[in-house]
Design a binder for this molecule. Sequence first.
Ligand code: DWN
Length: 396
Amino acid sequence: MNKKFLDLGYQPLANRYLKIFKKLSIKKGELYKLGVGFNTKTKLVSLIKKIPDKKMFDKNYPYRSSMSKTMINSFKKLSIKIKRKFKPKLFLEIGSNDGAFIQNFSKDKVVCVEPCSNLAKITKRKGYYTYDNYWNLNLAEKIKKKFNYVDVIYSSNTLTHINDLNGVFKSISLILNKNGVLIIEDPSFLECIKKGSYDQFYNEHIYVFSALAVKNIIKKYNLELFDIETLKTHGGSLRYYIKKKDNKNIKIKNSVINQLSKEIQFGLNNFRTYKKFSENVKKSKKSLIKILTKIKKDNHNIIGYGATAKASTVLNYCNIDNNIIDFFVDTTPDKINKFMPGKNIKILPYNKKLIDKYEYIYLGAWNFKDEIFKKENEFIRKGGKFITHVPKPKIL
Ligand code: DWN
């Protein structure tokens, strides 16, 4: 049973950055109700209302994985490990985005899947065999027919974006070699709840995984967890290593039981924990609004840094507009000179000199705090301050 625990109000599609601002309407279906539920049986956390794939991931998808050094470094490190440990003859990436990860592999050994054709074009241009399709059983059968079985499948921040999870794992199980390895990585729900990062919820994040939920979902498809790594990326992620159940050559590591125990100890199998989280989210909203309005009352200007999908949830849930935040800066070409989803706050190209004129910056990309603080050491040195809502709203 899916029990609702969180209501984040009406929201626009995150990652839908308009060139000309217009007020969006509930009646016209431009805003949807963002509610989050907990499945008491599978322990899976998911959105109540799911938006069809085709409305979210199309030829204009703006997000580019390669915009952060943190991710580039993390992908490089993992690619070295995969080559060393698993030595794949054929490698598949589901959700290859602009090739930030796959660029670490030689072209003749990999197959990419990326439904956003503007991004698929980038890896195709670089010479990687890329299907600009959604991941599903049809595609898996097509790939199997052409390439046969795959040795390693990797998918980062993608499977949580696909509504039909049963289809996802059924297709993976079909195409994965009997000794093959599936590696998936996504934000950890445990970290999300600990950090109060409710902005991990928006239309694209249909699911936020816990190890408890992943274990339950994959078992139907002859798959099981054999290792879990904790990562700092995207506010705290888990990297799940999965094998076929009948493959006894790979031993199950303690990391699996350790993560499951941590989640149970925290109460992730108990609905009360979720209700408490929901109360904390309401407090976080009040507190963030209080901080921002006080700064404005004191006659200071605030700008935003990192026009993230996460920030779209925060701005719309807390009703923050250009009376509070003058503009956002971002490095992503397809976001620049457009408006934050649902709000009349413009996104300007990242410019150090422009930033230095301001005293307060709301950190939309709080998950890249270390990278951004390093880059903006001059702003901080001159007394500039960042504002965040994670783990608690505060001026840093
Ligand atoms: O799952 C998803 C994650 C991985 O990426 C997608 N559904 C959508 C997207 O979510 P997001 O927009 O919340 O992701 P990020 O990675 O937190 O976005 C960072 C944003 O900040 C990008 O627009 C790039 C920008 N940025 C910047 O302008 N300067 C980032 C850094 C590090 C910088 O120095």
